[in-house]
Ligand binder design. Sequence first.
Ligand SMILES: [Zn+2]
Length: 174
Amino acid sequence: MATELTYHLAGASWSLVLEASVVSFLMGQAQRGRTSRERIGQLYSRDLSSTRIVIDAATQLEPLQSSYARVTFDAQRMAAERRTQFERGLHFVGLWHTHPEPEPVPSELDRRLAEDHAGAASDMRAGIVFMIVGNLRSSRSLRVWVQESASPSARLEGRLLPMEQVPVEAAQRG
Ligand SMILES: [Zn+2]
């Protein structure tokens, strides 16, 4: 049985919570074996006004092309899914995809993908959640970053910032 997971961003007043059902869904997407392919999907929340943003739903998108360590997808399909989910009261928060490694780190391509999406329509003002699912099927493999929205006025590049997983016992206390 999966339990919910909480993530914190250094210096930020809000935290991110992955619902237990979302945690088990994502762990089930973990790549196993050499013939596995990368998977991708989107993350949604019912309420973005709280300092505790709960991911209530995760979807899986049909990729255009997918291989062991690379996935491409249809941006229009992604946008269409966001509209449908919005009509159900779910706000787009970010993206997840899998990596065939236990403790995944973003590739150069991932960084560009994250920047593109943070620059495009996002319901969360801070940026988008960028999640990579490693292949361990454990909470250690569920890694989360926040891609800051670039600030047009300051002409600053948005940064990709790691979120830290709060140990389950501490999250339950607090
Ligand atoms: Zn990647």
